[in-house]
Design a protein around this ligand. Structure first.
Ligand code: BMA
Length: 331
């Protein structure tokens, strides 16, 4: 039996049982999308966003694309993880010395993680092109921006929820300045969240057609007795563009750059109208999960078609059994 390690109880986790007749290990919320178009004035499209449980409620850092075309980061709160109150003004940061930080030019695809009672936001930050921005907050009122983690270009920075061998550990994906037509997942380590090194290659694009263009880490990896559960996006190229599906793998607990098993099947692929139709059709982009340790329930929060936020569900035992039953094979 697979168990969540260090998992907390989240009694109000969003949840729906698997619908009758659905055979996959991950199923959608029947009331998707949970965030529709224009959820607040000026926030034209809200998608690819991160949520975590916080003080008995949920807090989220949302990617909102504004009417000037640039995305920025907005804070939101919710009692149930489904109905969200998102702030109209984007998050502003201070520097570590307390002075106001330069406003960010753009910020997108945030991830949110708690490590040792501090909350960290990672996002794609403009630095003469995209790289990984990092900020910390203890209370979701004051946000301290740290140094960018890497040189451009990099995306999909995802911190593990605890230090490993004394270091912060971040998955990331070196890229280019455009709609990157390549991408493997790497891992970088840091003693202080400023200096990054000990880089390791984690996952290369495999031959499987649904993910042979690029891969990117999704939600914060989930620690289980079977390894770190990594949910990621896998991308293929068709004659009409990229298609983003959701995949899953298990990484070694001690040396998380080692893939124990990568599932050969996607666990969710664009099918519903809110995934196949929108600003960018056929995109499923998971950025966060919420898990309840006693029940093994996992809620997956994902962006749909670069337009909406949606929820899907799985059960830890079922998903890990599925991954193990469908391992990627070498050609
Ligand atoms: C990636 C990022 C994501 C987006 C995806 C599909 O390069 O920009 O934010 O969801 O493309 O458009």
């Amino acid at each position: 039996m697979s168990t969540l390690v260090n998992g907390k109880s989240v009694h109000n986790i969003p949840w729906e049982d698997k619908p009758k007749g659905w055979t996959g290990p991950v199923w959608r919320f029947s009331k998707n999308p949970v965030i529709g178009r224009r959820p607040f004035p000026g926030g034209n499209r809200v998608f690819n966003s991160a949520i975590i449980p916080y003080n008995g409620r949920f807090v989220g850092v949302f990617r909102a694309d504004h009417e000037n075309g640039y995305p920025n980061l907005h804070l939101g709160f919710s009692d149930d993880g489904i109905h969200w109150d998102i702030q109209e003004n984007n998050i502003t940061f201070i520097n570590e010395d307390g002075t106001p930080a330069k406003p960010i030019v753009y910020g997108y695809d945030p991830r949110l993680v708690e490590i040792e009672s501090m909350y960290y936001i990672l996002w794609c930050n403009y630095f003469n092109g995209p790289t990984i921005g990092i900020a910390k907050t203890a209370d979701f009122k004051t946000f301290i921006q740290l140094e960018n983690a890497f040189l451009p270009f990099n995306r999909n920075g995802v911190l593990f929820p605890r230090k490993i061998h004394g270091n912060y550990v971040m998955l990331n994906r070196p890229s280019d300045n455009g709609h990157t037509p390549f991408g493997d997942i790497y891992l970088s380590q840091s003693p202080d969240l400023t200096y990054w090194g000990k880089h390791r290659l984690v996952m290369k694009t495999p031959h499987y057609w649904w993910k042979n263009t690029k891969l990117g880490a999704g939600p914060v990896p989930i620690e289980t007795t079977e390894g770190w559960l990594l949910i990621y996006h896998g991308v293929c190229t068709t004659c009409s563009g990229f298609i983003y599906s959701m995949g899953a793998a298990l990484l070694d607990l001690d040396e998380p750059w080692k893939v124990l098993v990568d599932c050969e099947n996607y666990i969710l692929t664009p099918e519903e109208p809110y995934e196949t139709t929108g600003f960018v059709p056929n995109v499923i982009f998971p950025c966060a999960t919420v898990q309840d340790a006693p029940s093994g329930r996992i809620a997956i929060f994902y962006g749909a078609a670069d337009t909406y936020c949606a929820l899907a569900f799985t059960q830890i035992d079922e998903l890990i059994a599925y991954i193990k039953a469908h391992p990627s094979k070498q050609l």
